[in-house]
Design a protein around this ligand. Structure first.
Ligand code: ADP
Ligand code: MG
Length: 303
């Protein structure tokens, strides 16, 4: 179990992590979701002991990452945003070097390396220099290195960024497999990326935790309301009539836009699939209008 308590990282007056609190339970896959600059990498770097915090504590299975770094770090395998790989080493040399750093006993190294080579499907490239590997393979070497020694917690910072769709699917499958035996935390700025593999999603923005829930619940909440704002040329009554015909369109408000004959329209689309339904309806209305517009030119939706 990991406890993050009141974590703060202050970069010269800029709070990259702003009083963050959360708990990671054993045996689940967690997604750390947030836009670029949200503070995901900073938080992961603190959790893994790469950098210190300004305030707050991180406990890994009860060990404080600052006070008992050796004990705490033993529990974690980390794949940082930029995997620490030596491009002049072969895949095997890199993994042997990592095994040494992780102080895996000599007689266990061969089987420990064999295990992660199989997991990351690196058999074919074992003897190749890392500099000659594709981005996808390099990421797999980074992943193998993180998992080496089978620590109970695996932390992966944007593991699929920059990969092509086939490589993304391969990495996702590996993450799912890891999730069977390990607690996994991975970060991404793409919702579909984390909802594809995670049991639980933590959303952070500007260093703060703004949501924590299952992917299903979060998607339901997000589908629950989509705010729309349109500029529409036409009369208020006509605009209202069209919008009121859309299933799920609520809180319709029409006001002057400042431009003559153009009105500002805001409304909420409620319910599941509301965006698609709304879009289809709008398209249908538009094509009907197009037919009508031979005689009547005064109703145009300005995107
Ligand atoms: P994310 O991984 O979510 O994209 P980061 O944790 O990398 O976000 O960054 C969070 C914020 O902290 C950003 O505004 C970033 O510019 C800032 N930041 C990150 N590292 C440093 C640093 N070493 N010095 C100063 N500011 C930093
Ligand atoms: Mg990052």
């Amino acid at each position: 179990m990991i406890e993050v308590k009141n974590l703060v990282k202050d970069y010269g007056g800029h709070l990259a992590v702003d009083h963050l609190n959360f708990t990671i339970e054993d045996g689940q896959i967690y997604g750390f979701l947030g836009p670029n600059g949200a503070g995901k990498s900073t938080t992961m770097n603190i959790m893994t002991g790469y950098i210190g915090a300004t305030e707050g504590d991180v406990l890994i299975n009860g060990h404080n990452i600052l006070e008992e770094p050796e004990e705490a770090k033993k529990c974690i395998g980390y794949l940082p945003e930029l995997p620490p790989l030596y491009v002049d080493m072969t895949v095997m040399e890199q993994l042997e070097f990592a095994a040494e750093l992780k102080r895996i006993p000599k007689k266990e190294r061969k089987s420990a390396i064999g295990e992660v080579v199989a997991l990351a499907k690196l058999e074919e490239v074992q003897g190749r220099l890392i500099r000659n590997l594709s981005k996808g393979y390099r990421q797999r070497v980074g992943l193998a290195q993180a998992v080496l020694g089978m620590p109970p917690v695996i932390i992966l910072d944007e593991p699929t960024v920059g990969l092509d769709p086939k490589q993304i699917i391969e990495i996702r499958d590996m993450i799912r497999e890891l999730g069977e035996k390990h607690t996994v935390i991975l970060s991404s700025h793409i919702l579909s990326e984390v909802s594809a593999v995670c049991d639980h999603i933590l959303i952070i923005d500007r260093g703060k935790l703004i949501a924590s829930d299952t992917p299903e619940n979060l998607e339901r909440q997000m589908a629950g309301a989509a705010g729309m704002e349109l500029l529409v040329k036409g009369q208020e009554e006509e605009i209202r009539e069209i919008l009121e015909a859309i299933d799920g369109a609520e809180e319709i408000a029409v006001s002057e836009s400042g431009e003559e004959g153009v009105r500002k329209v805001t409304f909420q689309l409620m319910g599941e699939n509301c965006l698609e339904d709304g879009a289809e309806e709008a398209e249908r209305e538009e094509s009907e209008e197009r037919e009508e517009s031979e005689e009547n030119e005064d109703m145009n939706i300005i995107p």
